[in-house]
Design a protein around this ligand. Structure first.
Ligand code: CTP
Length: 412
């Protein structure tokens, strides 16, 4: 880190000429509020969307687009050299192409060449431009070089168009930037090129039109796993069951409400995943029949509900595991007369056959819906790593450390 004179981290916010440039104002405000010193470097065409006075006023710093501005300060070299993080929002197809080519024809591309800190690109463009092989190749090259290029979100684009190409929400980009900055010196880039699939949330098994069997999983741990994996360079797919949280920037989310829906979605998505993490709380039982109408009480008669066992997704993943694929399970355990949390967990790891099992001790208000978590990561090789009460992002980092270690030993 090379903080400014007041000890603030330095962020360079590169803005390109796309309609989403106005959303960069909101991101800039968030960066400034988080205590960062922000230097905005717009391209010339970005200024057609939002003018220099806006960037100068919001950042409190001078704004330049070309390398000949303030030459006595040599800003085209210094801005990049001194940055702790560079964020390009919206990254247009043209900017991605110029970054790949190593052009230095304006201040932003010159800054990209001189930066030695993490560089985060948040592309936004029309779906056709995003899907064009030229853009996809450019994205792959930037990722290979260590750049963090998040996938655009899907949804409404300019005019009547809709599809992949939307800029993710500024709050989510700010969160990813916070993760990158907080670990700027230590963030491993050990998941570059890895395709990871994470399930999260809790399934709901309908009983009748108004009731379901569910559980208290909020999806927060899976969200943290996804955000950390994206920050470490992975391409991340989430399959989410009933999660009401903003989508982490750059992460693709597919929704699956029930155990069967999750089974279908996960097993298809796992086919081309290098790592699968089953963090979802999947129902073990579901009503054998779903009533088409609300089930009425019949005096003191017992509830007319019969349950059947759902298919075990984790076991199926293990049965279909390809060479080199890593499969990780989660287990929420309480001790009982049959054994303590860890002995149940060891038995579960053996039963499920996954590579790692992340074990939560639950009950007494722990784990579910809480911002912190405390886990033990058990390995099929007999290893065991304790992660004491920590934010879910720190737990996620420990899980990815264990996965990265496994992948390294399998590779070499
Ligand atoms: N899991 C799954 N499919 C299911 C149930 C669970 O893939 N139908 C996964 C969970 O996502 C988790 C792991 O299996 O990663 C352990 O879940 P858990 O409910 O603790 O395991 P069970 O085998 O159901 O054991 P228990 O009898 O303790 O509930």
């Amino acid at each position: 880190m090379s903080p400014d004179a007041q000890g603030r981290p330095r962020i360079v916010l590169g803005v390109c000429g796309g309609i989403a440039a106005y959303k960069a104002c909101e991101l800039l405000r968030r960066f400034a509020e988080s205590g960062a010193s922000v230097r905005v470097v717009p391209t010339a065409s970005a200024l057609k969307f939002v003018g220099a006075p806006t960037w100068a006023a919001l950042s409190g710093n001078p704004v330049a687009t070309d390398v000949f501005h303030d030459v006595h300060e040599v800003p085209h070299v210094r801005i990049g050299q001194e940055a702790d993080l560079v964020v390009v929002v919206p990254a247009t197809a043209d900017l991605l192409a110029r970054a790949v080519a190593g052009r230095a024809d304006d201040l932003l591309t010159a800054t990209l060449l001189t930066a030695r800190c993490p560089v985060l690109f948040a592309p936004a463009m029309h779906t056709e431009m995003w899907e064009h092989p030229a853009t996809q190749d450019n994205v792959a090259i930037l990722r290979r070089r260590g750049g963090i290029v998040i996938d655009p979100a899907s949804g409404r684009l300019t005019g009547v168009d809709s599809g992949p190409g939307r800029l993710p929400e500024p709050a989510e980009i700010a969160e990813l930037a916070r993760l990158l900055l907080s670990r700027a010196d230590a963030l491993p880039r050990d998941l570059v090129g890895a395709r990871v699939l994470i399930s999260g949330g809790g399934t709901r098994e309908p009983l009748d039109p108004v009731r379901f069997l569910g559980n208290r999983s909020s999806g927060r741990q899976a969200w943290a796993l996804a955000a950390v994996a994206a920050a470490r360079g992975a391409t991340v797919n989430l399959v989410a069951a009933n999660v009401d949280l903003p989508v982490p920037a750059g992460v693709r989310v597919e929704r699956a409400a029930t155990a069967q829906g999750m089974y279908d979605a996960v097993l298809v998505a796992a086919e081309d995943a290098d790592v699968v993490v089953m963090a979802a709380a999947v129902a073990d039982f579901r009503p054998r029949e779903q009533s088409g109408h609300k089930i009425k009480k019949a005096g003191d008669q017992p509830a007319p509900v019969e349950l059947e066992v759902t298919a075990d997704i984790l076991r199926e993943l293990v049965a279909r595991r390809r060479t080199g694929q890593v499969v990780v399970g989660f287990a929420a355990e309480t001790g009982d007369a049959g054994g303590d949390v860890l002995s149940h967990a060891r038995a579960k790891l053996a039963r499920k056959g996954c590579n790692l099992l992340v074990v939560n001790a639950v009950g007494e208000g722990r784990a579910f819906e809480a911002p912190t978590n405390e886990v033990v990561i058990l390995g099929a090789d007999g290893s065991s790593t304790e992660v004491r009460q920590a934010r879910k992002a720190a737990v996620a980092a420990a899980v990815w450390d264990a996965i990265a270690t496994l992948r390294r030993s399998a590779a070499g």
